[in-house]
Design a protein around this ligand. Structure first.
Ligand code: ADE
Ligand code: ZN
Ligand code: ZN
Length: 256
């Protein structure tokens, strides 16, 4: 019995410990911002496909299916790693797929009206999730350290790593609901918003990779992080959430 409990602990601990994801809150903020920037036409089409669910509600779907082995083929879609001195696409893509391949596939299926509603709903939920992941800089990090997962750190005296600090530690410790966070994001002018949505996913992935490089420079292995780190980086977290939301809306408005 004791051995069984120990095994159960080890399995669940290591399964969940490695499975860090842009926190549910982060994804929902991005979904909420996007929802507020949809055209009427897109909002209606999306509500039809999702049976009335909102983008915030479905934004965490991509992570919720990760534990189910039926969906294993999608697990490499959450991130992309490529050398910092190259552009995405300079090298052959990963055979398991990656974030950009995932986003392209979702777009292709969502806009195809001959596909079943169930298929379009599945890939729309994935798309809302993956555009979020594209804006978590550590999802466009380095292969050697698995997007910062191998850069061990202490977060308020508890074990963490650079990937997890950016996925969830900062956002979860800020301790606001997704609606509170979405309504407290910096107010942007029309001109600022239109500058953010310029370009396409291939421009945005380069921007995220540049940010990832700054984030890598922000710590050394083994650092003990406290409030100072959040003070220094919180504005960036908010900007990423806002960009993710505005850009998700742009992509969706273009599909419907
Ligand atoms: N999660 C698991 N492996 C990863 C990687 N190589 N880059 C980013 N996130 C990851
Ligand atoms: Zn992650
Ligand atoms: Zn994800």
């Amino acid at each position: 019995m004791k051995v069984y409990i120990l095994l159960l602990f080890l399995v669940t601990h290591f399964t969940f410990a490695n499975d860090v994801v842009w926190s549910k809150t982060g994804h929902r903020v991005i979904g909420e911002v996007a929802q507020q920037h949809l055209t009427k036409k897109a909002a209606k089409a999306i509500a039809d496909i999702l049976d009335g669910q909102t983008l915030a509600e479905v934004s965490t779907f991509g992570d919720e299916i990760k534990a189910d082995s039926t969906y294993r083929e999608f697990s490499a879609w959450h991130y992309v790693n490529y050398p910092a001195d190259k552009k995405y696409g300079d090298e052959p893509p990963s055979k398991d797929g990656d974030l950009m391949i995932g986003i392209e596939k979702c777009i292709e299926i969502v806009k195809d009206e001959s596909r079943s509603k169930a298929d379009r709903a599945f890939y729309l939920k994935m798309l809302a999730h993956l555009i979020g992941d594209l804006h978590q800089p550590m999802h466009v990090g380095r292969l050697v350290d698995k997007g910062g997962n191998d850069i061990q750190l202490q977060w308020f005296n508890r074990g963490s790593n650079l990937h997890r600090v950016w996925d969830s530690n900062m956002i979860d410790d800020y301790d606001m609901s997704y609606t509170e966070l979405a309504s407290n994001l910096p107010m942007l002018s029309k001109a600022e918003k239109s500058s953010i949505v310029k370009g396409d996913i291939y421009d945005w992935v380069e921007e995220s990779q540049d940010l990832a490089n700054e984030v890598y420079d922000s710590v050394e292995m083994g650092d003990k992080l406290y409030y100072r780190y959040s003070y220094d980086w919180w504005d960036t977290v908010e900007i990423q959430l806002e960009k993710g939301g505005l850009r998700l809306a742009k992509v969706l408005n273009g599909l419907f």
